[in-house]
Design a protein around this ligand. Sequence first.
Ligand code: G4P
Length: 536
Amino acid sequence: MTEPLQQREIASQIAKRRTFAIISHPDAGKTTLTEKLLLYSGQIGVAGMVRARKGGRATSSDWMKLEQERGISVSASAMQFPYKDAIINVLDTPGHQDFSEDTYRTLTAADSAVMVLDAGKGVEAQTRKLFAVCRMQRTPILTFINKMDLHGKEPLDLLQEVEDVLGILACPMNWPIGHGAEFRGVVYPESRQVMLFRRSEMRGAQKAEFVSMSLDEALHAGEITGEQHKQLAEELELLAAAGNPFSHEKFLQGEITPVFFGSALTNFGVEPFFDSFSSLAPPPHAYPADAPNGGTVEVDPVTSPFSAYVFKIQANMNPKHRDSMAYLRVCSGHFERDMVVRHHRSGKEIRLSRSYSLVAKDRSTVDEGYPGDIIGVINPGVFAIGDTVSVGGDFNYKPMPQFPPEIVAQIRPTDVLKHKQFDKGIDQLAHEGAVQILRSYRNPKDPPLVAAVGKLQFEVLQFRLKEEYGVTSAIDFLPYRHSVYVVGDVKALNLPMGSFVALDARDRTVLLLTAEWEKKYVREKNPDHQFPDFVR
Ligand code: G4P
């Protein structure tokens, strides 16, 4: 138990924290919206810098070489900064070709998620996958429908699409006034107050001014046309009659998503969205963990001493030292730099002396932290994904979910004499959670397969094998692009032609498939088996 005085401080720090991730399909506007959050929180004076970085014009010197070469962010990173009264921890979930298991794992460290949809495209493939992970954890999700300044789908159709495709109730918290070049702002259905934005200089590089008034006043002031007023009045009536009423409780349970409209590029609707986010999104909560006696305990963030778990390991931040960084999500208590914690899996005591937080990719030393915070610590080679550390705790945070791989390959050292280092490297990197190792169910002696969610994981694997183990390697990708976990008797499985039965490192069955439709096929043909979306 922590001291009562300290508990009060911890409770007040927790109440301010909002730890969240953005889920979206590439190009929906995640980077732009994140940058606007930095603009509106005063972290940057002018927007446009993050995108410049994204294009490779600015890279930080101690980031991974691979990242510098490609000008992309290799793994998810976290940023902390104040926004009005809140302290924001935003976890970056990489999309594009850097989509990987880390993207999924990062979601486990988030207390809420913001789903950004492109109004012209609706719910896209990567959003669906990330949404499924939030769903599984019952993470509360807020939706921001972006790019309203372009002609897109009808707002009502977008809400319907969210409900039909994702199976979550959508509740519009505000409603767009016009769209495309005519997009003026948003109206609040209950109060019928409107927020009308003025275009800022330089494509939204600075905050957008707005005026606020009632819908009728907007008509009389000539801010909106009679036609727009009539249409909005009709739409609001329709929403009142047929829309889902908002319930904070259902939102916290992950059953309903509050929906906001806006344009991250022009800043229209961005500030009211951030304000609603900081009032609606939950602060850090108690985390479930496995108790030593086999049961589950809820670790109270305030009263329990410091504890955290590793959700991501990023290698070679500093190539000169070949160190890697483990990212800890603080779950309880007060973190102080230099504190000695116990690493539960090994039983070792570790001093967390080199601890960092990240703001827009710049590493800075962090001296203290509270539940919800993400802290990067130099990994002395002991951390693996999912590990628990604490001061005096006897529990283990729930194992990280393992997601079905989407890319499978055979990998071998190009120099046969280096087999030993190669095997050691593969073993250690798989153990750390960088990739998964699969064996053939039928021929377990066959060379193992390497599997991952994203192609980038293979690039990182090859890079690390070379940098850390001195082995160059060659990869042959196999045709399996889909997989499902199987629970049940493998011998009784009715399988599609060309599928491959594999076992993972913990002897769980993974069925490798070449086509998406085969997932449905195996489910239909094997009603007595179970096919969970992930395993722990
Ligand atoms: P991502 O991180 O989700 O991949 O998306 P990102 O923010 O990089 O945005 C993808 C593209 O969409 C960018 O255009 C960006 O400017 C544009 N965009 C983002 N939000 C809005 C919006 O509200 N309205 C409009 N019209 N466009 C938006 P780009 O052409 O790739 O880059 P740039 O030339 O604008 O820098």
